[in-house]
Ligand binder design. Structure first.
Ligand SMILES: [Zn+2]
Length: 199
């Protein structure tokens, strides 16, 4: 899939910058107290790239906190690529296939795919997804079927190019709905708790 050449699927910094631009339109949003645009980027080799400290509550955070990508040693670009592959593939793709395409071990690929699939499922009393003008349904239409089905001359090239990224963002937005929930620990065993059931 040539889409995988997109820098956000190749480079962890590019992936993070892309996610920040999408989730933080008005500046960094503190994952702890919700303050917007009042955080300081932590510089220096001892800090992870993209680590911010909130000027209001002094807590540290990165853009992945509260999303399905948090607390993972797997580079964010691999996460985005796996999400893209899972959402963009019409026939569905196995963890094994995705692992091969992205150069991940079986175990890692299974973990990624499991967490992504879990986040796509409707969860109990989670708030309805898609409010506030957000398009988040990760079905085929959303993933780009609409543009693809249009006559060639009527297609919007811009939309076609962004299909993979939009699909990934749809999933992130969906997770973003529960950003305010505290997620004590997310692992393959407990990740269901990350979506709407933890207060
Ligand atoms: Zn804060």
């Amino acid at each position: 899939m040539s889409d995988l050449n997109n820098p956000i699927f190749q480079d962890a910094d590019k992936a993070r910058e892309w996610l920040e631009a999408r989730l933080w339109k008005d500046g960094p949003v503190c994952a702890h107290c919700g303050t917007v645009g009042e955080a300081t980027l932590m510089q220096g080799a001892s800090h992870r790239p993209g680590l911010y400290q909130c000027n209001a509550c002094r807590e540290p955070f990165t853009v992945t906190v509260g999303t399905l990508y948090e607390r993972s040693k797997i580079p964010l670009n691999k996460w985005l690529a796996a999400t893209h592959l899972l959402l963009a593939s019409k026939k569905g793709m196995s963890a094994l296939q995705i692992g091969r395409m992205l150069g991940l071990s079986k175990k890692t690929a299974w973990f990624l795919c499991h967490r992504i699939r879990e986040s796509l499922r409707p969860h109990g009393d989670a708030p309805k997804i898609g409010g506030e003008g957000k398009t988040v349904e990760a079905d085929e239409t959303y993933v780009g079927g609409k543009e693809r089905n249009k006559h060639r001359s009527k297609r919007d090239r811009k939309n076609i190019g962004s299909v993979g990224k939009e699909a990934v963002f749809g999933l992130v937005e969906r997770g973003g709905r529960v950003r305010s929930h505290h997620i004590p620990h997310v692992s393959a065993k407990t990740l269901r708790l990350g979506w709407g059931t933890v207060s």
